[in-house]
Design a protein around this ligand. Structure first.
Ligand code: GAR
Length: 261
């Protein structure tokens, strides 16, 4: 039996995935426990779900931070260890523009506040459970400190790499897809682009609405996320860099997850 893992969670809303994860820890489905739940806004209803189970919670008010920095962009407010040039070369989120500067600066302030809160509760795995903020290399590199050992997971409401972004089920439904699904993946420097750990899919039939699609998808998320976390807790996820030669002779590389016995 391996040591139980400590799971930190970040949320933005209802927290039904967080609920499923906490329940799986309690029932023994995951050999671990949730050690904190943090949110990017004070009205995230999922915080209450964690508090009801006696799990520490915190809020880093992203909107407030962004508003206040835009009103007074004093560089002294940036974290002392923020190196914008370095982060620019690594992030895959946006192009090279002034908007990117504001984005990286405001996120670094918010992410430094997240890291400070999280420092009080050491964790082995950080799960994003409906956390609607992109994380930048400033944060990711301070959590992923061991090479080839990613430890930030996300659940996305679509079959990646299709429909990255903030409205996976909506984008799937409006496109007219016959199949929808959800994906759990490790976070990398891009948007919903990291190595895939697990996926589930469901049929979209005549008569389905966006509401029924979301309902079918969420029911699968509540199974898939605990299952992927269980594999992490059992130390069964390996990230390996694969090299492929494409039909046109070009060589491409990608980190993929292998599930080992
Ligand atoms: C879930 O559908 C999750 O896949 C999605 O937000 C919802 C959160 O529900 N996440 C994203 O879109 C991330 N980009 P919950 O708060 O009830 O777990």
């Amino acid at each position: 039996m391996t040591t139980p893992i400590r799971i930190g969670a970040l949320i933005s809303g209802t927290g039904s995935n967080l609920d499923a994860i906490m329940a799986a820890c309690e029932s023994g489905g995951i050999n671990g426990r949730v050690v904190f739940a943090g949110a990017d806004n004070p009205s995230a209803a999922g915080l209450k779900k964690a508090e009801n189970r006696g799990i520490p919670t915190f809020v880093v008010d992203y909107s407030g931070i962004i508003r206040s920095y835009k009103a007074d962009p004093d560089p002294a407010r940036l974290p002392a260890d923020f190196n914008e040039a370095d982060i620019r070369t690594r992030q895959h989120l946006a192009g090279d523009s002034d908007r990117l500067r504001t984005f990286l600066q405001t996120r670094a302030i918010a992410e430094a506040a997240l890291l400070e809160q999280m420092a009080a509760c050491p964790f082995d795995l950080l799960v994003l459970a409906g956390f609607m903020r992109n994380l930048t290399p400033y944060f990711i590199d301070r959590v992923n400190t061991e090479e080839n050992r990613p430890r930030i997971m996300n659940i996305h409401p679509a079959l990646l790499p299709a429909f990255a972004g903030t409205d996976g089920y909506g984008d799937t439904f409006r496109y007219g897809c016959r199949i929808g699904g959800c994906t759990v993946h490790f976070i990398d420097y891009g948007e919903d682009s990291g190595p895939i750990i697990g996926q589930r899919c469901f049929a979209i039939k005549e008569g389905d609405t966006l509401e029924t699609v979301k309902k079918k998808g969420l029911a699968l998320e509540w199974e898939l996320y605990p299952e992927c976390i269980r594999l992490f807790a059992e130390n069964r996820l390996q990230t390996v860099k694969m090299t492929w030669t494409l039909p046109d002779g070009k060589v491409t590389q990608r980190n993929v997850v292998r599930i080992v016995d």
